[in-house]
Design a protein around this ligand. Structure first.
Ligand code: BGC
Length: 437
C-alpha cells in the first residue's frame, strides 16, 4: 500500500470515535451534567436561562441583536405566531475590519474595552431604528454568562478566541443599556439576554412545541435543553449546558497541539474538536505533519506553519469538490499554500483528511446530544433537536453525518431523534425572548 494511503488510514483509526469511546464519553458527559446541576465543580456549567419554551402565541415587532461571532447582526422582526415570522430589516457588520480606505479596527482585540465594543454596536444600531418608535430589544449573546435576571447577564469568560478587555465579570445588560443611553437612544429597552442555543431552542419550539433540546454547530459549539425535574430546578426552564467546555475526551496529538496554540489552553476542549473556529486549524496541523514527514507534497510546505492559513471554509471547498480530478482542491492548494504540482492522490489525501476531521466533529456532537437525551428520559420518547450554526448549515454533508451518528446511537432504544434545522434562530429567539417578558 502507498505510504500516504497508509498514513490516512492510521489517522482515521486515531480519530475514530469507537462504540467503546462513545460509551465512555456519554457516561462522563452525563455525570458532569449532574455535577453542574447540583452546584459541584464540573466542566459543564449548566447555566439557568430564566426562560422556558414559548406558547406559540407571541406576536409583535421586536429588535434583535445577535452578538456571538465575527459579525454582529441587527434585525427588525415581526412575530406572527405559531412559528411564523417576518424579517423586516437587517444590518450586519464585522467586529474586525482589515485596512479599508485607511480604516482598520478590531473590537475582538485585547487593546479594546467592552465599553468601546458596545459603543460601536450602538452607533450602528442607530442606523436601523427610527427616533420616534419605542422598541423592545432581545440580545442573543453567545458566550458563557451567569444570568441574574432575564435582562441581566454577567460574562463569565470569552470563548472563540475573543480577547476584548474589561468585559469578563461585567453585566452585559448594564453595558449595553449604558451605551444606548450615552448615545441618547432612549426609545430602545433591553428586555432579554439569551445564549444562541437558548435562542435556537425557543425558535424551534415556536413551531414545534415538543422541541426540548437545541444546539449550535457554528464558529462555536454548545447545547441547551429544557429541564423540568424539580430536584434540579425549582421551576421548569432552559439550561445552557456550555457543552463546548466538556473535557473528558480522547485527544489526539493534533488536538493537544491546537489547544496549546489557542488563546486559553485547557478550556473549551469539545468545542475545539467540533466547531468551525477550530476544524480548519486541525486540518492545517495534520497537513503540516504529513508534509514534514514527506507523505504529502514531497517536501515541507513552509506556509503550512502559519496559523489560520487553512480555514474551515477551505475545508468546505475541499469537501464540496465534485470535479473529476479534484480541480477545486488543486486551485485551493495553489492559492492558499503555493502548491503548483499536487498529484491526484495527494488531493484525495487532503479530501480524506478533511472528511475524517468533519466526521469526528459530527460524531462527537451526536454523542453529546444522545448523552443529554439519555439524561433527560433514558431516550424513551421521540425527540426533536433544533440545530443552527454555520458549520451545520454550510459544510457539505455535515448534516448527513450528524443524522447517521444519531441513528446509530438510537439503535435498540425506544426513543427516536429528529434534527430540526432552525433558520435565523438567533434573531427569532431573541425576539421571542423579548416578547415573553
Ligand atoms: C460559547 C457558547 C455558545 C457557543 C456557540 C461557545 O463558544 O461558549 O455560549 O453557545 O459558542 O456560539
Amino acid at each position: 500500500m502507498h505510504s500516504l494511503e497508509k498514513a490516512v488510514l492510521s489517522l482515521q483509526r486515531e480519530l475514530n470515535i469507537s462504540a467503546k469511546k462513545k460509551q465512555s464519553i456519554s457516561a462522563h458527559f452525563q455525570r458532569e451534567m449532574i455535577k453542574g446541576l447540583t452546584g459541584r465543580n464540573s466542566s459543564l456549567k449548566m447555566l439557568p436561562s430564566y426562560l422556558t419554551n414559548p406558547s406559540g402565541q407571541e406576536t409583535g415587532t421586536f429588535l434583535s441583536l445577535d452578538l456571538g461571532g465575527s459579525n454582529v447582526r441587527l434585525y427588525l422582526l415581526d412575530l406572527l405566531g405559531h412559528g411564523s415570522f417576518n424579517i423586516r430589516e437587517t444590518l450586519a457588520f464585522p467586529l474586525k475590519s482589515a485596512c479599508k480606505n485607511g480604516v482598520s479596527y478590531d473590537y475582538t482585540a485585547a487593546s479594546v474595552t467592552g465599553e468601546e465594543l458596545f459603543d460601536f454596536i450602538v452607533s450602528k444600531l442607530k442606523n436601523l431604528i427610527s427616533k420616534e418608535i419605542p422598541y423592545s430589544l432581545g440580545l442573543t449573546f453567545s458566550y458563557p454568562c451567569k444570568q441574574i435576571a432575564i435582562d441581566q447577564a454577567v460574562l463569565l469568560k470569552w470563548t472563540k478566541e475573543i480577547k476584548t478587555a474589561e468585559a469578563v465579570g461585567k453585566n452585559i445588560g448594564e453595558m449595553l443599556t449604558a451605551a444606548l443611553r450615552k448615545q441618547q437612544v432612549n426609545n430602545v429597552t433591553l428586555k432579554a439576554i439569551i445564549n444562541d442555543t437558548v435562542a435556537a431552542q425557543v425558535a424551534g419550539a415556536y413551531s414545534q412545541q415538543h422541541c426540548r433540546i437545541a444546539s449550535i454547530i457554528g464558529t462555536g459549539h454548545n447545547s441547551c435543553y429544557l429541564e423540568n425535574r424539580r430536584k434540579y430546578l425549582a421551576k421548569a426552564g432552559i439550561i445552557n449546558i456550555e457543552a463546548g467546555n466538556f473535557n473528558k475526551l480522547p485527544f489526539s496529538l493534533y488536538d493537544k497541539k491546537l489547544d496549546k496554540l489557542s488563546v486559553e489552553p485547557g478550556t473549551q476542549l469539545l468545542e475545539k474538536m467540533v466547531s468551525g473556529k477550530y476544524l480548519g486549524e486541525l486540518v492545517r496541523l495534520i497537513l503540516l505533519r504529513f508534509s514534514e514527514e514527506g507523505l504529502l507534497f514531497r517536501k515541507k510546505i513552509s506556509r503550512l506553519s502559519i496559523t489560520g492559513v487553512f480555514s474551515t471554509p477551505d475545508m468546505s471547498t475541499v469537501l464540496g469538490d465534485n470535479t473529476k480530478e479534484l480541480g477545486n482542491v488543486s486551485k485551493l492548494l495553489f492559492e492558499k499554500l503555493g502548491i503548483t504540482n499536487s498529484t491526484y492522490e495527494e488531493r484525495l489525501g487532503v479530501y480524506m483528511i478533511c472528511q475524517i476531521v468533519q466526521k469526528r466533529s459530527a460524531c462527537l456532537a451526536a454523542t453529546s446530544y444522545l448523552s443529554i437525551l439519555e439524561q433527560i428520559d433514558g431516550l424513551s420518547t421521540p425527540h426533536v433537536i433544533a440545530v443552527d450554526g454555520s458549520l451545520y448549515n454550510k459544510m457539505p454533508e455535515y448534516a448527513e453525518y450528524l443524522d447517521e451518528a444519531l441513528v446509530e446511537g438510537t439503535r435498540g432504544k425506544k426513543g427516536t431523534v429528529t434534527v430540526k434545522p432552525v433558520k435565523d434562530g438567533s434573531a427569532l429567539g431573541a425576539a421571542l425572548a423579548a416578547a415573553m417578558q
